[in-house]
Design a protein around this ligand. Structure first.
Ligand SMILES: Nc1ncnc2c1ncn2[C@@H]1O[C@H](COP(=O)(O)OP(=O)(O)OP(=O)(O)O)[C@@H](O)[C@H]1O
Ligand SMILES: [Mg+2]
Length: 274
C-alpha cells in the first residue's frame, strides 16, 4: 500500500478574474519510507502538489490519500517544511523546535526528550536558547528540520528547503538530510530546482510537465543512498540523464520543432477567464 497516493488529481485555483489550472491528471504513488524528488519548471504546480499532500488544499477533482485514507485535513504524522521555514522570531530555538509537539499536546516530559534529541540530530543543541534572528541561514534551515524531526513523522514534505544556501552549506545539509532519512523510516518528498540535489536525495526523480502540471517522466535512481554517491561517475551520468529529460520537457512546453506540439500544450496555457 502506498504511503502517499495522488490519483488523477486536478487542482484549479479559482480567482475572481481568472482561474488557473495548476495540476491536471497528476498521478503518483510513493511507498512508505521512499525518498522522491520532484523537479519541474517554475509555476508547474510543485508547491501545489505538496500542499495537497499536507491537507492544506483539496483537489478540484481526483483523490489524494495517505495510507489508503483520503487526505481531508492536515495530519499529525506529516511534516511540511516551506521555503521560508515558518519559524517564529519571538520564540527561542528550543521553543521553535518544540512547537509542533506543543500544538499536538504532547506531555511535557516527552516534549523535552523529543526536542532535545531533534536539536541534537540537527546539530543545534548548543544553540537552544538563541532566537532565529541570531542564527545563520543554514542553522535556520536545520531548525525547521529539527521541528519536523521532533514529531517522528512518517511523511516529510519539503518545498525547496535548501535553495537559499550557498553551494557548500547546501551540500552539508543534503548530507544531513540523507543521513536523517537513512536513520528514520519516513517517506520524503523533496521539491527542488537543482538536478544534483534531486539525484542525491531522490530514489526516484519525478519530472513534471509545464503547467497544468502532471508527471511527465520518472527517472529511477537506485544508486542514491550514500554520501559518496556525489563523487561517483554514476552520479554524473544520472544528472545528465535528468538534464536531458528536463530539456526535452521544456522544448515540448515551448512548442519547439521536434517536440510534441500536436497535443496543443502550448495553445492551452491553462489560464482561462473565470
Ligand atoms: N493561491 C493561489 N491562487 C491562485 N493561483 C495560484 C495560487 N498558488 C499558486 N497559484 C498558481 O498555480 C500555478 C502553480 O503554482 P505552484 O506554486 O504550485 O508552482 P511551483 O511549481 O511550486 O512553482 P515554483 O517552482 O516557482 O515554486 C502557478 O501558475 C501559480 O500562479
Ligand atoms: Mg513552488
Amino acid at each position: 500500500m502506498p504511503m502517499l497516493s495522488y490519483k488523477d488529481v486536478f487542482l484549479t485555483y479559482r480567482g475572481t478574474a481568472v482561474s488557473v489550472k495548476a495540476l491536471s491528471h497528476f498521478s503518483l504513488d510513493i511507498d512508505p519510507g521512499e525518498p522522491v524528488a520532484i523537479i519541474g519548471p517554475s509555476g508547474c504546480g510543485k508547491s501545489t502538489a505538496l500542499l495537497l499532500a499536507a491537507g492544506l488544499l483539496q483537489p478540484t477533482d481526483g483523490e489524494v490519500s495517505i495510507a489508503a485514507s483520503k487526505v481531508t485535513k492536515p495530519r499529525f504524522e506529516t511534516a511540511l517544511i516551506l521555503q521560508d521555514f515558518g519559524l517564529l522570531p519571538w520564540k527561542t530555538v528550543y521553543d521553535n523546535a518544540a512547537l509542533g509537539l506543543r500544538v499536538r499536546k504532547f506531555k511535557r516530559s516527552e516534549i523535552r526528550q523529543r526536542t532535545e534529541k531533534a536539536l541534537q540530530q540537527a546539530e543545534l543543541a548548543d544553540f537552544a536558547r538563541l532566537y532565529p534572528a541570531e542564527l545563520s541561514g543554514g542553522m535556520r534551515q536545520r531548525l525547521a528540520l529539527a521541528r519536523a524531526l521532533a514529531l517522528d513523522v512518517n511523511l516529510l514534505l519539503m518545498d525547496e528547503p535548501l535553495s537559499a544556501l550557498d553551494a557548500l552549506l547546501r551540500e552539508q545539509l543534503q548530507d544531513l538530510l540523507l543521513q536523517l532519512w537513512r536513520t528514520s523510516a519516513y517517506a520524503q518528498v523533496l521539491v527542488t530546482h537543482s538536478i544534483e540535489e534531486a539525484v542525491f536525495l531522490g530514489r526516484r526523480i519525478i519530472i513534471m510537465s509545464q503547467r497544468p502540471g502532471r508527471v511527465a517522466h520518472i527517472v529511477d535512481n537506485p544508486g542514491m543512498g550514500s554520501t559518496d554517491f556525489r563523487g561517483e561517475a554514476a552520479f554524473y551520468t544520472k544528472c545528465q540523464e535528468v538534464r536531458a529529460v528536463l530539456t526535452a520537457q521544456s522544448l515540448k512546453g515551448a512548442g519547439v520543432a521536434g517536440a510534441d506540439v500536436a497535443t496543443g500544450a502550448n495553445a492551452d496555457a491553462g489560464v482561462s477567464r473565470a
